[in-house]
Design a binder for this molecule. Structure first.
Ligand SMILES: Nc1ncnc2c1ncn2[C@@H]1O[C@H](COP(=O)(O)OP(=O)(O)O)[C@@H](O)[C@H]1O
Ligand SMILES: [Mg+2]
Length: 463
């Protein structure tokens, strides 16, 4: 088509003006050189020369002294042949480009990601099918992602800022934002935007978005299940313990009450039956001692449960505990500040039991923070070298504080101020720490909250 049109135009111009025809030739050659559209331009040029030589008074006479009717058919045939070859080649490369383009588009549209490209001024040049479906872009075509992207209001400013900075510096950036899908649901996307071109001379931006909502949800569910499991495990352990304690202690207590009543009756008789009363009181004392023995046995059992003492990295153990409850803290809007001394020595003891102590203290801190609404909920956890051959661990919170409770009471077994508390956390923690040759104590917080501290022996100082 273009060959015919150019040829016709050339022919028309030549008939009307020789100068214009010359200019036309020059333009064709220049355009061909400039745009690289060589085959079709050369085709047009040859077609034009062919016509010119054969049908009309020639502009250029290839050989002035040759008879025209010999030269003309040769030029014509050569021209026709060349035109044919060039046109075929042209058509072939055009088809190749077309099929390459189709393939590329297919890849772009089926790739499991949101792909786009945009010019340096931000106007969208290409959005793959998935992106268009995600945005519902058929109803209102997206022209500028930086402005039109329905980002969650809480994250819009941060994204705009990041985008602006990337644009100014011509640098790639990666971010995570929630974007509203066509059905109105916000999905968490991971966006990765890279510039193309020389540094400082961006000619295009390419972007890839990945929908990570499901993945994130699964991750959160897993973390929740994990921390719930840890809690359930603790609860069941303590629950079973409490049930068996109650059962064992109930018997002597019931006997004490029965004997107490009998004793009252012996004393109330006229005259009072003192020998019988003495017997029942003896029984009461015996049962009381039995109950005390049971409690002593349980405490001993709690503090002796198979210690597996070894040298361990306290910092790493604390980080592990934090990872267990981090999600819980985030959900409850609690910020935790951790400060682990860089010269923290390795400690000696049962790693899991020491972690249990920290977990107990952190759980108490969290519970003390829940009623707090008028200030930030904060916990400070630190570990540092202490005295000669010891390490000091501190868990402090700005929660409701100890209030009426006294330090002497809170470490007692079964002392609790919580409706569903067991009152065993601090008692168990203290016996664990004492079993490790350390101490656990509480410091009244200045202002709000409470501060619990304990020591552990470092490697080489443990007896
Ligand atoms: N961080 C804290 N802030 C305020 N009170 C606390 C804190 N830690 C412990 N307590 C008090 O000590 C009591 C005993 O704690 P604990 O032995 O862990 O048992 P529980 O947590 O089951 O009540 C709690 O009921 C509470 O009154
Ligand atoms: Mg507790």
């Amino acid at each position: 088509m273009s060959v015919c049109a150019l040829t016709a135009a050339g022919f028309y111009l030549k008939v009307h003006s020789t100068t214009a025809a010359l200019l036309y030739l020059i333009v064709i050659v220049l355009v061909a050189l400039r745009t690289g559209a060589a085959p079709s331009a050369v085709t047009a040029l040859l077609a034009y020369i062919g016509l010119d030589s054969f049908f009309t008074a020639p502009l250029f006479r290839p050989a002035m002294n040759q008879p025209l009717d010999v030269v003309a058919p040769i030029v014509f045939l050569t021209t026709a042949f060349t035109i044919n070859r060039l046109a075929a080649k042209n058509r072939q490369s055009f088809q190749e480009i077309q099929s390459l383009q189709d393939q590329l588009r297919l890849v772009m549209d089926t790739i499991p990601g949101l792909v786009w490209s945009e010019s340096p001024n931000g106007s969208v040049e290409f959005l793959n099918q998935r992106w268009r479906d995600f945005l519902g872009a058929s109803s209102a075509p997206v022209t500028d992602l930086r402005r039109n992207l329905p980002v969650h209001p809480a994250e819009a400013d941060a994204l705009a800022e990041q985008w602006q900075q990337a644009r100014e510096r011509g640098r790639a950036f990666e971010t995570e934002v929630r974007v509203r899908r066509a059905d109105g649901v916000y999905r968490r996307l991971r966006l990765h935007v890279v510039p193309a071109g020389e540094p400082g001379q961006v000619v295009k931006w390419y972007g890839l978005g990945t929908d990570i909502e499901d993945w994130r949800q699964a991750e959160e569910t897993l973390a929740r299940v994990e921390s719930e499991l840890a809690l359930v495990a603790r609860r069941t352990l303590l629950g079973e313990l409490a049930a068996s304690i109650a059962h064992e202690i109930n018997q002597p207590l019931a006997a004490i009450v029965t004997n107490g009543n009998a004793c009252l009756r012996w004393l109330g008789a006229t005259p009072p039956n003192l020998p019988e009363a003495r017997t029942t009181v003896t029984a009461i004392i015996r049962d009381g001692n039995r109950a005390a023995e049971i409690i002593a046995r349980i405490r001993a059992m709690l503090s002796r449960t198979e210690l597996k003492k070894a040298t361990f990295d306290l910092g790493a153990a604390l980080v592990e505990v934090l990872s267990l409850i981090r999600n819980d803290l985030v959900r409850k809007g609690i910020t935790i500040h951790t400060r682990l001394a860089s010269d923290l020595p390795a400690v000696f003891g049962d790693r899991v039991q020491c972690q249990q102590v920290v977990l107990n203290l952190l759980v108490n801190a969290v519970e003390a923070l829940l009623p707090v609404t008028e200030r930030w909920r904060e916990i400070w956890l630190s570990a540092e070298p202490y005295g000669d051959g010891q390490v000091l661990v501190t868990v402090e919170d700005n929660g409701v504080g100890l209030g009426e409770a006294h330090e002497a009471d809170i470490f007692d077994a079964f002392y609790t101020t919580k409706p569903d508390g067991m009152g065993l956390g601090l008692a168990i923690s203290r016996s664990i720490i004492e079993n490790h040759g350390g101490r656990l104590w509480c410091v009244a917080g200045d202002g709000f909250g409470a501060k619990f501290q304990f020591t552990l022996l470092t490697e080489g100082h443990a007896g």
